[in-house]
Design a protein around this ligand. Structure first.
Ligand code: SF4
Length: 254
């Protein structure tokens, strides 16, 4: 079993650094991306999960000691330039888990008050204090990406204990209870590429228990069949039930 807490500590050791009260993280790439109708994107190094369908596994999420050290204002400056050049109103940190170093992330968010900052997270590290910090930032929209529809699917996808599935749901609860409006300030996403119709319904019920509005804004994710993702899934013994090609065409339904 892969231990997310051990991974968290490894990322803190190799890919997060504090100097003079400033928290630095390693980054591999800055780019404009087509998602969300256009978004400036920074790819950060390090994640506390090892999802078996992760598109970023080669360059960032599974990586610990690569990339350039950057302070929050440097990250913000690069994102701002991309967004201004391309006319985007949204920015994000992708490629890894941004909340491994919450102070770093929150500082980047604070440096970009005129953009919508989409905080893409697996949610595992969102406790009450972190939720309150996110809720205090009017430009932050939190997208909690749940891995699978049930604890069992979570364990299959991540090779981590089922208990962490519930932490993802708890993150949503903490964010809503901290004052973030469901479907406007916070919404769930879910990797349903290994799910059945039945398990997907189970997830909808679990979301409705947190807040009845959440199922209506569930953002469904399927496996994207990039060659390096197909290779990773084969190594992990994973076969998706639903997938799409890199150009977004449904690939097969089992
Ligand atoms: S949580 Fe996201 S970035 Fe981390 S391994 Fe899973 S899919 Fe990749």
């Amino acid at each position: 079993m892969i231990d997310p807490e051990k991974l968290h500590q490894l990322v803190l050791r190799f890919a997060v650094r504090e100097e003079g009260g400033v928290v630095y993280r390693r980054y591999r790439r800055f780019r404009g991306d087509r998602w969300y109708g256009g978004i400036a994107t920074a790819d950060v190094v390090g994640c506390n999960l090892r999802c078996g369908m992760c598109w970023a596994w080669r360059n960032t999420s599974y990586v610990l000691a690569a990339g350039d050290w950057m302070a929050p204002w440097d990250v913000a400056r690069r994102l701002d330039k991309i967004a201004r050049d391309r006319g985007y109103r949204q920015v994000r940190i992708s490629g890894g888990e941004p909340l491994i170093a919450p102070r770093h992330l929150l500082a980047v968010v604070d440096h970009l008050p005129h953009y919508i900052f989409v905080v893409e997270t697996n949610g595992i590290l969102i406790d009450r204090p972190v939720a309150r910090e996110l809720a205090a930032r009017p430009n932050a929209v939190v997208r909690v990406s749940i891995k699978g529809a049930t604890p069992r699917e979570f364990a299959k996808i991540t090779a981590s204990p089922e208990a962490y599935f519930y932490k993802q749901l708890e993150a949503l609860r903490h964010l809503v209870e901290s004052g973030m409006l469901p479907c406007r300030d916070v919404y769930p996403a879910a990797m349903l590429g290994f799910s059945t119709d039945e398990s997907a319904k189970e997830l909808e019920r679990a979301l409705a228990d947190i807040d009845p509005r959440l199922p209506s804004c569930l953002d469904v994710e399927y496996v994207i069949l990039y060659p390096h993702v197909v290779k990773l899934m084969a190594a992990r013994g994973l076969t998706p039930t639903r997938a799409v090609t890199p150009s977004g065409v449904p690939a097969f339904m089992i």
